[in-house]
Design a protein around this ligand. Structure first.
Ligand SMILES: Nc1nc2c(ncn2[C@@H]2O[C@H](COP(=O)(O)OP(=O)(O)O)[C@@H](O)[C@H]2O)c(=O)[nH]1
Ligand SMILES: [Mg+2]
Length: 250
């Protein structure tokens, strides 16, 4: 992992998010769309770092040198693994359609970003893949244990900057997601990003009203929504832009 050196020069430079529109694009983007600005985020390294099924297994933030952390939450089958692979430009890093048994833990991914002149990005970032909350057919004691793990993590993780809540564009925000939004409202320092998944399943004309509806939070507040498709690569740039923006705020 020799990447952080290279990335240092990018953080030292006083680049702002705005400058990206004026610079010529050179970096290649992820799987599908080259796009502009953060669409060109290049993931130099991404590796599975740890899995935590219990509180005491959660790696300490010093293990990641206090790197900003972004968590991903969503019910099973929403397309979480596919989206993680898409934005990381890695095919099999997060397992798609894995057995539920594999996802009942928080999985931490250690990510090194390549430096870019077009946007400011931390050299290192951690993604936490949260297990599906609430839905799986498990025993009550098991469900309680997950809830404690999840809520403890969300409450106490000092480096957590944002939670990306994945919602299938065809289903919209349901009770479980609304509960999570409300839970997170208690920690205003943590950004909430709604990622609408599988937008390729709807026609363009049907996407717009569905997205507008999604932006309506449980208490009538506006939520930040990004439309994504792991199938086409749509939304990679906008999602990275929000993630990097959340990383910039201390
Ligand atoms: N059409 C379409 N299918 C998707 C998309 N993302 C995921 N899927 C499919 O949805 C299913 C569940 O995806 P997966 O990533 O395993 O969901 P997870 O359980 O939330 O991790 C798989 O069959 C994927 O191929 C997408 O953007 N478009
Ligand atoms: Mg999965």
């Amino acid at each position: 992992m020799a990447q952080p050196q290279k990335a240092k020069s990018a953080t030292a430079k006083p680049t702002t998010a705005k400058s990206r529109t004026t610079k010529p694009t050179t970096a290649k983007a992820g799987p599908a769309k080259p796009g502009k600005g953060e669409g060109g985020v290049r993931v130099a390294e991404a590796e599975f770092a740890a899995g935590a099924a219990r509180r005491d297994q959660v790696p300490s933030v010093t293990h990641f040198e206090q790197a900003p952390e972004i968590a991903f939450a969503g019910r099973s089958n929403v397309g979480k693994s596919s989206l993680l692979n898409m934005i990381l430009s890695r095919k099999g890093l997060a397992r798609t359609s894995g057995t539920p048994g594999c996802t009942r833990q928080i999985n931490f991914f250690d990510i090194q970003l390549a430096a870019s002149e077009r946007f400011e990005a931390p050299p290192r970032i951690v993604f936490a893949d949260l297990p599906g909350y609430g839905y799986a057919k498990v025993s009550k004691s098991e469900a309680t244990a997950w809830k404690q793990l999840l809520e403890g993590y969300l409450h106490e993780r000092p480096t957590l900057r944002a939670v990306v809540i994945l919602v299938d564009i065809r289903r919209g925000l349901e009770q479980e997601e609304a509960d999570l939004v409300e839970f997170l409202a208690e920690r205003p320092g943590i950004r909430i990003i709604i990622a609408a998944t599988k937008i390729d399943k709807l026609s363009r004309s049907a996407q717009k009203p569905a997205l507008t509806k999604l932006a309506q939070g449980p208490d009538g507040e506006r939520l930040e929504v990004v439309a994504t498709s792991a199938e086409t690569g749509d939304g990679r740039g906008p999602l990275w832009a929000r993630i990097l923006d959340a990383c910039r705020v201390e």
